[in-house]
Design a protein around this ligand. Structure first.
Ligand SMILES: Cc1cc2nc3c(=O)[nH]c(=O)nc-3n(C[C@H](O)[C@H](O)[C@H](O)COP(=O)(O)O)c2cc1C
Length: 356
């Protein structure tokens, strides 16, 4: 691959990205009572644009006040005060040449009822994660199976939050369909054992994702982006393959391609890993069945890994490396020797220590 590709522009719908490196979505648990992040967390995002990142994702923003939240101090985008706070961040990111995308999610069975005003935990089926909640050291509660009313209500939460992001001026909105949270719970036969039209076949398990995407697309102006994040791994029960086979995965991506999204963001633990017992990586399997722009994430930490990741994707997102190193983009450009950070090092993201 030409070494210039990493720092060559990429056309994402009407946006010309200045390079192929972006900030992955990162939860910070930094929003106190009003669900607005601390100023230093906003400054961190703006600084990454100032230092060259072409895309800056927000943390995953929770979509409603009832049952979506999984961690303490998460942000929301449904009050004017929240919208106004984010709009100045969006402007600053734009002034520094980056584009901003708000990611939103509902935690489903990984919600933490105590931090949700309605204290509910809801999911496609009554199946709790096997793993303990790392925040409490206790078992996750058995979730309630979502009724049609719950499904429609939750979709509305995604729509309202997207409207907030549009008002705040975000260049795009991402629906978080990855990491074992609610949408991913519907997609996976592991956590979705419904016998109605939302369960069973890949097509049925995809129905909830499609309904969320279609509803959100209706409130997205033509000049904004709509992206979807997906993965085959979840935060809880890491060892479980959420999709049964490469065929199931590719069928699901095939369904995603027929929705009104503008790009797919593929999250992996390590972008180099071969998937589903095949000799292909997740990005190879995904690229094979989609013409959509593809973002890839997972242990991309230096120039070599970023170049390699772009062999089967268009944009490389970094989480831990760009979290801990404000000069990551220029260090990659310079081909500096850079460390592969461990998960524990990212714990600083959740403290009130301002990041560089
Ligand atoms: C502190 C932290 C917070 C994260 N929060 C989110 C999030 O809100 N939404 C999301 O989709 N992924 C989240 N992730 C996952 C990252 O976006 C990324 O997929 C993962 O860390 C692998 O990338 P890396 O190897 O570059 O760190 C988070 C990761 C970290 C380290």
């Amino acid at each position: 691959m030409s070494s210039d590709l990493l720092f060559s522009p990429f056309q994402l719908k009407s946006f010309t990205l200045r390079n192929r490196l972006g900030v992955a979505p990162m939860t910070r648990m930094s929003s106190p009572g009003d669900s607005i992040p601390r100023q230093d967390v906003f400054d961190f995002l703006v600084r990454r644009a100032e230092n060259g990142a072409s895309i800056v994702y927000t943390e995953a923003i929770v979509t409603d006040y009832e049952s979506s939240q999984g961690y303490p101090r998460q942000s929301r985008m449904v009050t004017q005060k929240q919208i106004d706070a984010w709009s100045s961040v969006v402007e600053d990111i734009r002034d520094h040449g980056g584009i901003s995308i708000m990611q939103m999610f509902h935690c489903g069975r990984m919600a933490w009822p105590e931090v949700n005003p309605a204290e509910r935990s809801i999911a496609p089926s009554r199946i709790a994660p096997k793993q303990l909640n790392p925040m409490t050291g206790e078992a996750y509660p058995l979730p309630e199976e979502m009724s049609q009313f719950d499904i429609d209500h939750v979709i509305n939460g995604f729509v309202e939050t997207a409207k907030g992001a549009v008002l705040a001026g975000f260049d795009g909105v991402e629906i978080h369909g990855a990491h074992g949270y609610l949408i991913n719970q519907f997609l996976s036969s592991y956590s979705n054992q419904r016998d109605d039209s939302y369960g069973g076949s890949v097509e049925n398990r995809f129905r909830f994702a499609r309904e969320v995407i279609d509803a959100v697309a209706l409130v997205m102006p033509e000049d904004r982006l709509l992206t979807f994040r997906v993965s085959n791994w979840g935060i809880a029960d890491m060892e479980v393959s959420l999709f049964d086979s490469a065929e199931d995965w590719q069928q699901m991506i095939g369904l995603l391609v027929r929705t009104p999204i503008d790009a797919i963001s593929l999250s992996t633990y390590n972008f180099k890993d071969k998937a589903f017992g095949t000799d292909q990586t997740m990005s190879q399997l995904t690229r094979e069945v989609t013409p959509l722009p593809l973002m890839i994430c997972g242990q991309i930490y230096d120039r070599k890994s970023a170049e390699e990741a772009l062999e089967f994707a268009d944009i490389a997102l970094s989480s831990k490396s760009i979290l801990l190193n404000p000069n990551w983009v220029s260090d990659v450009r310079d081909g500096k020797e850079l460390p592969l950070h461990k998960s524990e090092e990212a714990g600083v993201a959740y403290t009130d220590k301002p990041l560089p």
